[in-house]
Design a protein around this ligand. Structure first.
Ligand code: KIV
Length: 268
């Protein structure tokens, strides 16, 4: 029988400790959420990637707090078991005060269980303030899409020794500040392995190789429906699946058994 026990921070910690891989997918609405729950996804990420795949923008920057609350609430209505992590969008956590207000609304009105913030050590005071007030935080390092203009494009991060060291230090600082989870995007696989092994909290990779504690994909990439060029680290699970529910189950199974990502999805 399917496990109906709600996923919590503690269950994710136990999964990491027992080497059980964590399956995460982005979700933006009620219908897909119901299918993702049925497929056994552990964490639903209401990502600001919705700005690109739902709204058609060329970055996540135009997404507003109101829009994220709206989509988070749509997901919450259909969610039964998974932990719901929701992005705070661009410039809605520029100060600790603003982050507290934005995150409180995300939990109160959007039904989020945890908020995700992009950035490193600079955010530690904010992470501490949120967690001390009972708001769990997921960090996000590596290719942080809200900084796309700073990076000059969507490209691999942490390539040289100094940048890799900075990412490791940032990851440790976020954990020490109280973060419960970390998303690591587009970094070399060896660095992602080192960071995952250095932290007590689970590290969820996207374009970060097989050795993270779990994997996340953007739902529309997983189903092969994102228009235009899709990232090399993603995989279309609908190609070999019978239908959408089968494709979602195939993804969860591939993450759990360590078959995804394969070498062809690994960037360095
Ligand atoms: O917004 C999002 O979907 C994300 C994932 C790509 C990790 O942050």
């Amino acid at each position: 029988m399917a496990d109906t026990t709600p996923v919590t921070r503690d269950s994710l910690l136990r999964m990491k400790a027992e080497g059980e891989k964590i399956a995460v997918v982005t979700s933006y609405d009620a219908s897909f959420t119901a299918l993702l729950e049925a497929a056994g996804v552990d964490v639903l990420l209401v990502g600001d990637s919705l700005g690109m795949v739902v709204q058609g923008h060329d970055s996540t920057l135009p997404v507003t707090l109101e829009q994220m609350i709206y989509h988070s609430a749509c997901v919450a209505r259909a969610s039964t078991r998974a932990l719901r992590v929701v992005d705070l969008p661009f410039m809605t956590y520029a100060s600790t005060e603003q982050a507290l207000d934005s995150a409180a609304r995300m939990l109160r009105e959007g039904g989020a269980h945890m908020v995700k913030l992009e950035g490193g050590a600079l955010l530690c005071a904010t992470v501490e303030a949120l967690t001390q007030r009972g708001i769990p935080v997921c960090g996000h390092l590596g290719l942080t899409p809200q900084s796309v203009h700073q990076f000059g494009g969507y490209r691999l991060q942490g390539r040289d020794e100094a940048a890799a060291r900075q990412l490791l230090d940032d990851a440790i600082a976020l954990e020490q500040a109280g973060a419960s989870l970390l998303v690591l995007e587009c970094v070399p696989a060896a660095l992602a392995k080192q960071i995952s092994e250095s932290l007590g909290v689970p590290v969820i990779g996207i374009g970060a190789g097989i050795d993270c504690d779990g994997q996340v994909l953007v739902l529309y990439d997983l189903l092969g429906i994102t228009p235009g060029k899709r990232p090399r680290f993603s995989h279309n699970f609908l190609e070999s699946g019978r239908d959408i529910p089968a494709a979602l189950r195939a993804y969860v199974e591939a993450v759990r058994t360590g078959r995804f990502p394969g070498p062809e999805h690994t960037l360095a």
